[in-house]
Design a protein around this ligand. Sequence first.
Ligand SMILES: Nc1ncnc2c1ncn2[C@@H]1O[C@H](COP(=O)(O)OP(=O)(O)OP(=O)(O)O)[C@@H](O)[C@H]1O
Ligand SMILES: Nc1ccn([C@H]2C[C@H](O)[C@@H](COP(=O)(O)O)O2)c(=O)n1
Length: 222
Amino acid sequence: MPVIVAIDGPSGTGKSSTSKAVAAQLGLSYLDTGAQYRAITWWMVTNGIDTADPFAIASAAGKPEIVSGTDPEKPAITVDGIDVSGPIREQDVTSKVSAVSAVPEVRTRITELQRAIAGSAVTGIVVEGRDIGTTVLPDADLKVFLTASPEARAARRSGELEGADLHATREALVKRDAADSSRKTSPLAKADDAVEVDTTDLTLQQVIECVVTLVEEKRAGR
Ligand SMILES: Nc1ncnc2c1ncn2[C@@H]1O[C@H](COP(=O)(O)OP(=O)(O)OP(=O)(O)O)[C@@H](O)[C@H]1O
Ligand SMILES: Nc1ccn([C@H]2C[C@H](O)[C@@H](COP(=O)(O)O)O2)c(=O)n1
């Protein structure tokens, strides 16, 4: 039986790093759903769609073809055949992704893709995002909700970007979390049956070991 693992949480809590490592260690597929929302945002920006206009976003939501790779060792994402793994991490996309991902037509489209990918994972999959445990895969075998203090998350993010301002980084991620948590459709939220792991004082390796143990316990208890 394939094992389905949902990992949700705010920005910078370690979802991607943890999910990739857990999937690689356990021989599972991996899906970065944030990358999918970033990819559709990139397409909107590139095609001159006004990202402040939910109606314009809704009517264009069905147009781009988004293809996600599921190999945790080399995550890949294309839009209409173009590799967008670099451009989707740029500041312009990051600042607009919350607005685009709040549009219900966008969520319906991307959720369908996510369910199809999870359903075809032969050994199982680790899917990370904001609404995986609550909405996309409510029957997941294991749900984990990662948290960390805004200070720890900002320090982690600033470490990735040369010359980043810690205060500005903290403000930007708190603002994005607020937008993602307060949208009407499928907001960032912990599922009632998710295991919450506060990663503030844990190393990445400790978080990975914790989640691997939780998956193994689930598998053993089946
Ligand atoms: N427990 C940890 N201790 C220290 N650094 C960590 C920890 N977990 C993750 N990191 C580092 O923090 C940064 C952000 O991690 P990651 O991208 O996995 O977070 P995320 O939750 O997926 O963020 P986002 O939702 O914004 O994509 C990375 O540089 C990663 O190496
Ligand atoms: N399941 C998801 C995943 C992501 N989003 C949105 C909200 C995030 O701010 C944005 C980018 O995610 P990241 O790459 O930082 O993990 O995508 C969402 O609404 N639902």
